[in-house]
Design a protein. Structure first.
Length: 94
């Protein structure tokens, strides 16, 4: 259960960082781009649901979100073009 909370917190942190850096206008607009209601991130923040993996794929495909950060908490929230965000089993302690 704690992992679900940590994943939710990190995906929210990544989304909020996109807003802070001006990559998206608001969490509501990001939710709408993903096909959800404007309250989607509020529900995630309250722990009412776990983010779907499709959201992580959407964020990493459309924005410079570091997948490694969301999955493991390792690395920077956002990546630049020269950052390698590959995840190894060692990074995930598997």
């Amino acid at each position: 259960m704690e992992d679900n909370i940590a994943y939710n917190q990190r995906v929210i942190e990544a989304a909020e960082e996109l807003v802070a850096k001006g990559k998206v206008r608001s969490l509501a607009s990001l939710a709408k781009q993903f096909g959800k209601t404007s309250q989607y991130f509020t529900a995630l923040k309250k722990g009412k649901s776990k983010y779907p993996l499709e959201l992580l794929d959407f964020l990493t495909s459309n924005y410079p979100v570091n997948k490694q950060f969301v999955l493991s908490g390792i690395g920077d929230i956002l990546i630049n073009e020269t950052t390698n965000s590959k995840i190894t089993t060692q990074d995930l302690n598997i």
